[in-house]
Design a protein around this ligand. Structure first.
Ligand SMILES: NC(=O)C1=CN([C@@H]2O[C@H](COP(=O)(O)OP(=O)(O)OC[C@H]3O[C@@H](n4cnc5c(N)ncnc54)[C@H](O)[C@@H]3O)[C@@H](O)[C@H]2O)C=CC1
Ligand SMILES: O=C(CO)COP(=O)(O)O
Length: 331
């Protein structure tokens, strides 16, 4: 199956590189000059400097051409651009199935990306999500990586095709039928990576990080239960696995944002230094929206939200979290 990967940032480029280790793969990005530069250097110097593309990676700056030469589409843009890209893809898609690898919600509504895709494309288009603990740089460098490919039950064949297309000696994608659980884990972990980053930026130590990861996981599980997600999905690669990666690995943009906030920088200052999408900032709003809608208690998320919105300092947020009333660990 030949894929057109739409979005030539760090993750789109890395996934296109991975697919092209097997079959010819088209990488499309909206910036023509940037795509020309990639073709010239056979690398993505802006996002993955110094890592050479496999021979079978095809660079394409025209969206229609990219889709027409492919059997399937993989969208890898920031979540805020997802709906916009699907609107552009819709008239070009034909019978092709569509996967995505973005992590987050539709801004302003808390809608899952599969809900956005269903609304724009209709639910007769086979769809799947690629998610899990996977830094773009490590995948581009062909380091061993495990991810999950999730779809609803009726599109499991497509999920298997996506998994097979990605498969290599150093890359394995497990199949899941819990699309919503896989989406939820990949989004909520970004908020928790902000929390652990803030704590590490404040130099609070290893105990604090472990506490935030564990109690943060409890928040993810509570929200998942309210939404009808499978607990094992959240305990798997797309939840816990990705939480561990992004709460401890300094390649994480969300963790780096948290570190900067914990050290007293502003969001705008940190965004400039990071220079790539930091999904957790917007996702915090959407997770809070869901928590309120489903009456789920998520104190760590709530205090990240207060820090992000300048309603509390990091020191006040820490003190408020530590001052919460005693209760059983599991209720
Ligand atoms: N970088 C990583 O290691 C991983 C990223 N992800 C997810 O993948 C998604 C994309 O992230 P990255 O590639 O890392 O971000 P990035 O910041 O490296 O690149 C974003 C790319 O999206 C493009 N873009 C932005 N708005 C667009 C629009 N309206 N139309 C077309 N292209 C647009 C930008 O030009 C840029 O090329 C995010 O949801 C992220 O959470 C998931 C797993 C790993
Ligand atoms: O989702 C990721 C790895 O699985 C990437 O995390 P960041 O967006 O925090 O860099």
């Amino acid at each position: 199956m030949k894929f057109a990967v739409l979005g030539a940032g760090s993750w789109g480029t890395a996934l296109a590189m991975q697919l092209s280790r097997n079959e010819p793969t088209v990488l499309w990005g909206r910036n023509k000059a940037g795509m020309d530069a990639m073709q010239e250097s056979r690398s993505n110097e802006q996002y993955l400097p110094g890592i050479k593309f496999p021979e079978k990676l095809i660079i394409e700056a025209d969206l229609q051409q990219a889709i027409e030469q492919s059997d399937a589409v993989l969208v890898v843009c920031p979540s805020h651009a997802f709906g916009d890209i699907l609107q552009q893809v819709k008239p070009l898609l034909g019978e092709r199935p569509l996967a995505w690898a973005s992590k987050g919600f539709e801004p302003g509504t808390g809608r899952f990306l599969h809900e956005v895709a269903d609304e724009i494309l209709g639910d007769s288009v086979p769809m799947a999500l690629v998610t899990g603990p996977s830094f773009a740089k490590d995948v581009a460098m062909n380091k061993p990586t495990l991810v999950a490919v999730a779809s609803v039950a009726k599109y499991q064949d497509f999920a298997k095709q996506v998994s097979l297309a990605l498969r290599s000696d150093n890359f394995k994608a497990y199949i899941s039928e819990d699309l919503m659980g896989a989406e939820l884990g990949g989004a909520v972990k970004n908020v928790l990576a902000l929390a652990t980053g803030i704590a590490d930026g404040m130099d609070l130590g290893d105990n604090t990080r472990a506490a935030l990861m564990t109690r943060g996981m409890a928040e993810m599980m509570r929200l998942g239960e309210a939404l009808g997600c499978k607990p094992e999905t959240l305990m798997g690669l797309s939840g816990l696995g990705d939480l561990v990666l992004t709460s401890t690995g300094d390649l994480s943009r969300n963790r780096r944002m948290g570190l900067a906030l914990g050290r007293g920088q502003t969001i705008e200052e940190a965004k400039k230094t990071i220079g790539q999408v930091v999904e957790g900032i917007g996702t915090t709003d959407e997770v809070m929206r869901l928590a309120q809608k489903y009456h789920v208690e998520m104190p760590i998320t709530e205090h990240v939200w207060k820090v992000v919105h300048d309603e509390m300092t990091t020191v006040e947020a820490l003190s408020a979290l530590m001052g919460r009333e005693l209760k059983p660990e599991f209720d």
